[in-house]
Design a protein around this ligand. Sequence first.
Ligand code: URA
Length: 191
Amino acid sequence: MTRLQEETSSCAQCPLRQGARQVAFGEGNPCAKIMIVGEGPGQEEDRLGRPFVGPAGQLLDKILAAGGFGRMEHTYIANIVKCRPPGNRIPTPSERASCLTHLYRQIEIVDPVIILLLGATALQGLVKPEGRISRDRGQWILWENRWVMPTYHPAALLRDVSLKRPVWEDIKLVVARYRELVDANHASQYC
Ligand code: URA
């Protein structure tokens, strides 16, 4: 993973790198059984070079903790694009396509059993170009021999608290599958 991170830090495959302070490659346990994929770095992620460290990331940490998952212990977190799109706009199809090569290699290295996709860009960018998050969330997709669960992006929850319940339902499905496929004794305070 370190070599891939080095290679990615000097990537110039798309124009996003020019506007970004640094590459937010990804972090967590490279042997994790759960991989989490978001959209792309925001302001705080760009400043620190780490994924999901701003307000949405803090909420993500709480959601994971409620399922008994520690970000650095049980998961590896990455994004569809590794460089911040200007003004936090949605990455274009060509930016996504050029960055996807890095994500595929991360997935190959981590080799997760479960992938949690956060939001429409992650769903459409990785597994289902015609996907709709409001329709597809909460339903398992078997993709490349991995179980993929799409759910709402935590930034959407910050704007609309009514999305908290469906996200929690989705996390409970992830916990159940994790117990089934990875660790029957996985402990969670809430489910
Ligand atoms: N939103 C994302 O999709 N990814 C991050 O890393 C931070 C916010």
